[in-house]
Design a protein around this ligand. Structure first.
Ligand code: NAD
Length: 324
C-alpha cells in the first residue's frame, strides 16, 4: 500500500514510518522540519520504498497531488508542545486548523482513508477521570493561550466528523494522551526527555508547579501499534478514540524515577508555572484516558511500562552522546 505521513520526521510520525516500512508499504513523508528532525528518518533515506519531501502541508497544490496518488494518510504534522503554543499562538492555530482543512478536503475529494490525531488536551479542565470520548469538553477562556491548542484540535475533530457525516469520508480521530519514547525532544517542553536528559547529566530537574499534578505516559511503540490498526478497521471510521496508557504517576514521582533509573545525583527544583510559561498558563491536575473503546474496536492494550520508557529514552541519550 502507499501511505502518506505528514509530519513523518517528527517523533510519532517517524516511528509510524518505521513500522510501515517493516510491513512492506511504500511511504511518503512530508515535513517542514519545524519541530521534526531529519535525523529521525535519516536511516530510511535511500530505502526503495521511502521518499522524503521537505515542504509544508499548507502547500495545497503539492498536497492534492500526493493525496491523489496515495492509499492512506496519517496527518501527524502539527504545531506541538506547550512551550511552542505559549510562544507562537498564531502559528499554532494556523498550522493545526488550516493544515487539517487541506488534508481533509483532498482526502474527501479523492476518497482516501485518513487519520487525524487530536489530543488529551481537548478534555481541558474536566475533573472526572478516566476521560471517555463522549465526555463534555471544558476549556478555559480565550485570553489563556494554552487553550488555543486544545480548541484548534477540537475544531479539527468537528471538521473531520463533519466530513464523515456529509460524505462518509473514511476518517478516524485519535486523541493521543502523553506519548513518549526515543526521538522525542525536550526542546519544546516535553517532560520525559527533559527529566531523563537532566538526570543523565546530573543537572537539576525542573519540575513545573508543585509536582503533584498527575499524568499517564504511553510508550510510542504501543501507541504506533494502535495507530497502524485504526485505518484498517472500517468500524473505526467516523469515531473519536483515546489512545495512550492509563497508569498514573505524579510529576514529582516521575522525576524521582528518572533519577533512580539513571543512577543520577540530580536534585529536583520547583519552578512556578508563570516563570516557566509566562502569564496566562493553567495546568490540569489529572489526565487519565478510558481505553475501553480502543480495546473493543482494535484490541488495544499497552504492554510497555514507564520503566521501559525511561530506560529506552536513557539508552537513546547514551548512544547519541557516545556518537557526538
Ligand atoms: N506526543 C504526544 O504526546 C502527543 C500528544 C497528543 C497529541 N499529539 C499529536 O500527535 C501528532 C504528532 O506529534 P509528535 O509528538 O510526533 O510531535 P512532533 O513535533 O515531533 O511532530 C510533528 C511534526 O510535524 C511537522 N510539521 C509541523 N508543521 C508542519 C507543516 N506545516 N508542514 C509539514 N510538517 C509540519 C514538524 O516538523 C514535526 O516533524 C500531532 O498532531 C500532535 O498534536 C502528540
Amino acid at each position: 500500500m502507499k501511505i502518506l505521513i505528514t509530519g513523518g520526521a517528527g517523533f510519532v510520525g517517524s516511528h509510524l514510518a518505521d513500522k510501515f516500512i517493516d510491513q512492506g508499504h511504500e511511504i511518503t513523508v512530508v515535513d517542514d522540519l519545524s519541530t521534526g528532525r531529519y535525523s529521525n528518518i535519516q536511516h530510511l533515506e535511500g530505502h526503495e520504498r521511502f521518499r522524503l519531501i521537505i515542504d509544508t502541508v499548507l502547500n495545497e497544490r503539492m498536497m492534492e497531488r500526493l493525496i491523489r496518488e496515495t492509499d492512506h494518510v496519517y496527518h501527524m504534522a502539527s504545531a506541538v508542545g506547550v512551550r511552542l503554543i505559549m510562544e507562537q499562538p498564531v502559528k499554532t492555530i494556523e498550522t493545526i486548523f488550516h493544515g487539517t482543512d487541506v488534508i481533509l478536503k483532498f482526502c474527501s475529494r479523492y476518497r482516501k482513508r485518513v487519520l487525524i490525531p487530536s489530543t488529551s488536551e481537548v478534555y481541558g479542565k474536566g475533573a472526572s477521570v478516566p476521560f471517555k470520548e463522549d465526555d463534555d469538553l471544558l476549556t478555559g477562556s480565550t485570553d489563556k493561550h494554552r487553550w488555543a491548542y486544545a480548541c484548534a484540535k477540537t475544531l479539527d475533530e468537528f471538521l473531520a466528523l463533519a466530513h464523515y457525516k456529509e460524505t462518509r469520508l473514511p476518517v478516524v480521530v485519535v486523541r493521543l494522551f502523553n506519548t513518549v519514547g526515543p526521538r522525542q525532544t525536550g526542546q519544546y517542553g516535553m517532560v520525559v526527555p527533559r527529566f531523563v536528559e537532566a538526570a543523565m547529566k546530573n543537572e537539576p530537574i525542573h519540575v513545573h508547579g508543585d509536582g503533584t499534578q498527575q499524568r499517564c505516559f504511553g510508550h510510542v511503540l504501543d501507541v504506533v501499534e494502535g495507530l497502524a490498526k485504526l485505518l484498517d478497521s472500517p468500524e473505526c471510521f467516523g469515531q473519536v478514540i483515546n489512545l495512550g496508557n492509563n497508569e498514573e504517576i505524579s510529576i514529582k514521582q516521575l522525576a524521582d524515577k528518572a533519577i533512580e533509573l539513571t543512577g543520577s545525583t540530580s536534585k529536583i527544583q520547583y519552578i512556578p508555572y508563570e516563570e516557566a510559561y509566562g502569564e496566562g498558563f493553567e495546568d490540569m491536575r489529572r489526565r487519565v484516558p478510558s481505553l475501553e473503546k480502543a480495546k473493543n474496536l482494535i484490541g488495544y492494550q499497552p504492554t510497555r511500562s514507564l520503566n521501559d520508557i525511561i530506560n529506552d529514552v536513557a539508552g537513546e541519550f547514551k548512544t547519541s552522546s557516545a556518537a557526538a
